[in-house]
Design a protein around this ligand. Structure first.
Ligand SMILES: C[S@@+](CC[C@H](N)C(=O)[O-])C[C@H]1O[C@@H](n2cnc3c(N)ncnc32)[C@H](O)[C@@H]1O
Length: 223
């Protein structure tokens, strides 16, 4: 997969994209990541990327021309989605990550300041995506979250694919509780069934825990 990040702050991504499983996925060429900085596509002598909103209002908006030029400079692979991060977009969910993981190219447009000129959302991007019902200063953190969630689904990124299948949201339920050594920590014991070696009983216990946990913590998932 190819990911193009359209951002005024490419340095922001250096550490998160070079460490952990994502860094390894890049090293293994499971994913390639490129940057396009709208500032490099601003043609005036000050490389200006923002301006005041028409009609008045606080703060500055990202101008459309440098964003359009940055995106239009990119190669266009077969199956691609151009995503603008916005608190007004579709919420980031596991199902969205699964759909995006099937594509050849993701172009991720990170807004800054008070947001971006509306014409970017209307005429350039194919999707708008939100990290949640809150407002951040810019789209770089949502972009990192999306990259992380999508790249870990690409074949070869995570060692055992079974570990992906049992995780929260995969079956519409939250994951069951998990324990590791020691069996007793500060008087808190690992549930006996997990030590029993009875795989049928363990599966049933885990499924009941998933149901209970989802009912308690995220009843909306069961509806
Ligand atoms: C300060 S926000 C702009 C918010 C915008 N004025 C509004 O009220 O909808 C600046 C940029 O941060 C990003 N951003 C902020 N919160 C976000 C969220 N919850 N999800 C996705 N992107 C977000 C977007 O790219 C946005 O253009």
């Amino acid at each position: 997969m190819r990911i193009d990040i359209v951002s005024l702050f490419p340095d922001f991504f250096a550490s998160p994209l070079s460490t952990s499983l994502i860094g390894k996925a890049i090293a293994k060429e499971i994913v390639e990541i490129h940057f396009a900085n709208p500032r490099d596509f601003a043609l005036d002598k000050h490389h200006r990327v923002d301006d005041e909103p028409f009609g008045g209002g606080v703060g500055m908006l990202m101008k459309p021309e440098p964003i359009f030029a940055a995106v239009e400079s990119l190669p266009n692979l077969n199956r691609r989605e151009i995503i603008l991060f916005s608190p007004q977009g579709e919420p980031m969910k596991q199902d969205l990550f699964k759909q995006l993981a099937l594509l050849d190219q993701l172009v991720l447009v990170c807004g800054s300041y008070e947001g971006v000129d509306e014409r970017v959302g209307e005429h350039l991007v194919t999707k708008q995506v939100s990290l949640g019902d809150f407002v951040l200063t810019s789209g770089e953190i949502p972009a990192l979250a999306l990259i992380n969630g999508v790249v870990r689904l690409l074949p070869g990124t995570v060692g055992k694919t079974e570990s992906l299948q049992s995780e929260s949201f995969e079956s519409g339920l939250l994951e069951f509780p998990q324990y590791t050594r020691p069996q007793i920590f500060r008087d808190w014991r690992v549930p006996e069934v997990l030590l029993s070696g009875n795989h049928g009983a363990i599966s049933e216990w885990r499924y009941q825990q998933q149901l209970q946990r989802t009912r308690d913590r995220r009843p909306d998932l069961l509806e």
